[in-house]
Write a new protein. Structure first.
Length: 100
């Protein structure tokens, strides 16, 4: 049995470049990353991550009064618990980080 096998795949150049830059910064050769991925497929007996459509954003126009109240309560509870960031701070961070 051969010690290696060739794998040919078509991929968008931009995606390939971005992924390879990350792998290079991690010190992981692309062939090793692909081997790791394949081993995880075997170990998990499927893809090693969940494949599903993203959850749609909430549509306020389709919510009942009770659902809207529950969502507003979650936001209020986050504010009281200190899990919220003032909008000015968010925009200041964006300006500083991305020049937006």
């Amino acid at each position: 049995m051969a010690k290696t096998a060739n794998l040919y795949a078509r991929i968008e150049p931009d995606i390939k470049e971005q992924a390879e830059m990350i792998l290079t910064s991690l010190g992981i050769p692309v062939s090793n990353a692909i081997t790791m991925f394949y081993k995880q497929i075997i170990f998990q007996r499927g893809l090693p991550f969940e494949v599903k459509l993203p959850q749609m954003p909430l549509d306020v126009s389709k919510m009942t009064k009770e659902e809207l109240d529950a969502e507003l309560q979650k936001g209020y509870d986050d504010i009281l618990a200190g899990r919220a960031i003032p909008v000015k701070q968010v925009f200041d961070d964006l300006h500083r980080k991305y020049g937006i």
